[in-house]
Design a protein around this ligand. Structure first.
Ligand SMILES: [Cu+2]
Length: 128
């Protein structure tokens, strides 16, 4: 009886070790490779042109898990872009990169008061 318990606990320990090793490896692979792998090797790069008072394009569509790289170009005026729900912000003529891990529709707005049409500067990030 004692022998049996020892044998089964040994087996259990071996199984746990094997599972732990495998799991660790998988996690490492996922964290380093999955964002670019999902996008086919590169981040989805979008350049948004900001003028008074519009974002062009006003809609970005990506897949869940994809890495998104948003470059905001201030062609006219001084604007910034803030993605609500993701809490990501990019000021004019800079780039912000993040992984779109939540699905849904997220509003992006201009976060610098830029004048009369400021409230109209609204776009949409769609994560499918
Ligand atoms: Cu503005």
């Amino acid at each position: 009886m004692k022998k049996w318990i020892m044998l089964s606990s040994l087996l259990l320990a071996a199984m746990l070790l094997a599972a732990g090793c495998g799991g660790g490896k998988n996690n490492k692979e996922e964290s380093s490779a999955s964002p670019s792998a999902a996008a086919g090797g590169a981040a989805k790069a979008v350049t948004i042109d900001a003028t008074n008072f519009k974002f062009e394009p006003g809609e970005i569509k990506v897949k869940q898990g994809e890495e998104v790289s948003i470059t905001l170009k201030n062609s006219q005026g001084n604007h910034a872009l803030k993605v609500e729900g993701y809490d990501k912000e990019v000021k004019g003529n800079a780039t912000v990169t993040f992984v779109a891990d939540k699905t849904g529709e997220f509003k992006f707005i201009c976060s610098i008061f830029c004048g009369k049409g400021h409230e109209e500067m609204i776009g949409k990030l769609i994560v499918e």
